[in-house]
Design a protein around this ligand. Sequence first.
Ligand code: SF4
Ligand code: SF4
Length: 446
Amino acid sequence: MSLLDKVFAAGLVGEGGAGFPTHIKLNCKVEYLLLNAAECEPLLHTDKYLLRNFAGEILDALKETAALVEASRVFIAVKGVNTREIASLEKAIAEKKSSVQIFKLDNYYPAGDEQMLVYDITGRVVPPGQIPLTVGAVVSNAATMLHIYDALSGKPLTHKYLTVAGRVNKSAVLKVPIGTSYAECIAACGGPSIGGYYIVGGGPMMGRVFPGAEAENLSVTKTTSGILVLPAEGNFVARTEALSVRHILARAKAACIQCSFCSDLCPRRLIGHTLYPSKVMRKMALQDFNKPLAADDITRQALICCECGVCETFACPMGLSPRQVNKYVKQRLKGEKFEQKEPLSPSPLRPYRKIAPKKIMARMGLLEEYSHWNEDYRDLEPKKVRIPCSQHIGAPALPVVSAGDRVERGQLIAKAAEGKPSANIHASISGRVAQVDSVIVIEGGA
Ligand code: SF4
Ligand code: SF4
């Protein structure tokens, strides 16, 4: 079986973002293979754990993957401040006599954005709306690479490493079966240490925010990198969450002073993309919300916003939310395309406009959460899992089991949809199938 076939069989998807199926992503020939271990979302520690503990496995998988995509240059991108992780990689590289190089990234947010990473390492700008393949690169994250290592020996993706942090009593990196409930993950970390809280699935900058009660029903998927418990009051996430889009747009009309700080600090703008959030804000200030929004050279810029949040969490002195406005414009202009007309010229000011994660956390009112990390690791084996058939970008997998079936851990329970971007799903625990619809529920020990 070829590596691509093994990766497909194992049900791998990109674990660092939207979860594009890995067997499709790696079906290419490139010059650069880049391992993204930047972990730039401030409160997450999963990739760092993997680099410290599985550097050898990651290197073995990189070697096989580099041969597959015929990459002549292979880099592991890790922040220079992560000295223990770099030491672990250097030791493994020396032991294996590997030609893989370590690229030490500056400590800024969003160093792990694929477009930033490709530019930092190769000096090439991925055009807006395109993928790194356009400039001869393919990017994979540390967790995906570790699971490629497992796939080499026929082991499917059944478990996730993730960070549980913020206001919990004993933060940790957990290894849990896919389908474990958020509630069990939080309980395994001593439960919330405060009363009113929000749950964020992912990092504080780009993760999805849920009220505490709603999160009880969520389960860990292939793309869950972290679960954060954040105070319901006194921080940026909570404040923004409380506002409706109409309110955000009304504030943009009333208070945007057109200082352009949001455009000056926009990471995508700084690598040369024609994205000026200040111009989109001005356009929206002049727009009647009840009338259709015209697609023009300004409004289309919102389509290339990666929603990193630098503009609203750090740049704007008026506490406005260009990111939320861009999100709204994107929804209104669904189906429209952006065309880059200016030359792709990165700003000479970019090196001076990289923002340290600590500064962003301070602005967001999350410095306490940022400063307290209890370095710990735990394995969790729940008695029940709820595994969604749709866990990532692309088509849902199609169930191949029925309620009442007995399944073993690692057994195929849903097949990738044929001819579409999709990925297989396997039982993450052994037990009896209790429910099959858009979610497959397995009760262990039954
Ligand atoms: S969220 Fe703001 S800073 Fe980030 S890419 Fe979009 S406009 Fe730029
Ligand atoms: S930084 Fe804020 S006030 Fe300044 S242009 Fe951008 S949205 Fe308007």
